[in-house]
Design a binder for this molecule. Structure first.
Ligand code: R5P
Length: 262
């Protein structure tokens, strides 16, 4: 029950619940990945069951696809949907311009493709994800397995030249084996200093042959819905220049998500 949640999970929940209200019947909606996005998927499933909401969801990972089907959302592929009205996803960090670091859960590639194919991207996050300057969270970089050590050395050399490398990059592991993304790739986590010019860094990283995509989302996010542990939510719309605040009631949502898996 939401009453048993930690303040950080309450914050994620209220952000997700507020963002779920942006989804209208008939929409094609990108569904993000991660613990915050899992709240969203649960909220939307509840709206499908209780309120008859009808929309098509395009998941950004096999995990999200499984959860979406479980809660009764109609799941379609991006190729079927082609273009989306809205994508709602979590983030590892966001700054004042709504530039993001994503990929903590390893889904950055599908997430970036889906978000870019959407009229609007909405990020849902607890207030702890807001930063002055991106870079405290290690930047995930998806690389193809072939020659990954060579790619890693090239990435590190470039990061040194750009004076952003904090310490060596690390190959993300899953137990004793490399973590493998839904697309069959590896993830390098880049431990950086603060990123002064995220736009330039994103472009430079993507120019390297073994790099498939990086976790910097520049000029992609339009709205952030920030949740607080006491139930407050703040919706910031960067294009409209507006900020809305409200408080959500936990009681009405009791028992909804007691089996939350992610
Ligand atoms: O690859 C994973 C995604 O980019 C997530 O949206 C991001 O890591 C945030 O996840 P969480 O909501 O669990 O903090």
């Amino acid at each position: 029950m939401t009453g048993d949640l930690s303040p950080i999970d309450k914050a994620k929940f209220v952000a997700a619940k507020r963002a779920a209200d942006l989804v209208e019947s008939g929409m094609r909606v990108g569904l993000g990945t991660g613990s915050t996005a899992a709240w969203l998927v649960r909220c939307l499933g509840e709206m499908v069951r209780q309120e008859g909401l009808k929309f098509k969801g395009v998941p950004t990972s096999t995990r999200t696809a499984a959860l979406a089907r479980e809660v009764g959302i109609e799941v379609v592929s991006l190729d079927e949907a082609r273009w989306l009205d809205l994508t709602i996803d979590g983030a590892d960090e966001f700054d004042g311009d709504l530039n993001l670091i994503k990929g903590g859960g390893g889904a950055l590639l599908q997430e970036k493709i889906v978000a870019t194919a959407s009229d609007q991207m909405v990020v849902i996050a607890d207030i702890g994800k807001e930063v002055e300057t991106l870079g405290a969270f290690p930047l995930p970089c998806e690389v193809i397995p072939f020659g990954w050590q060579t790619t890693k050395a090239l990435v590190e050399e470039t990061l040194i030249q750009m004076d952003v490398l904090g310490r060596n990059t690390t190959l993300r592991m899953n137990g004793d084996a490399p973590f493998v993304t839904d697309e069959g790739n590896y993830i390098l986590d880049c431990h950086l200093k603060r990123i002064g010019n995220p736009r330039q860094l994103a472009m430079v990283l993507n120019q390297m042959p073994g790099v498939v995509e990086n976790g910097l989302f520049i000029d992609i996010c339009d709205i952030v819905v920030i949740g607080f542990g006491d139930g407050r939510v703040e919706l910031r719309d960067i294009n409209a220049g507006t900020v809305e605040e409200e408080r959500l009631d936990f009681v009405e949502s009791d028992n909804l998500f007691s089996d939350l898996a992610d």
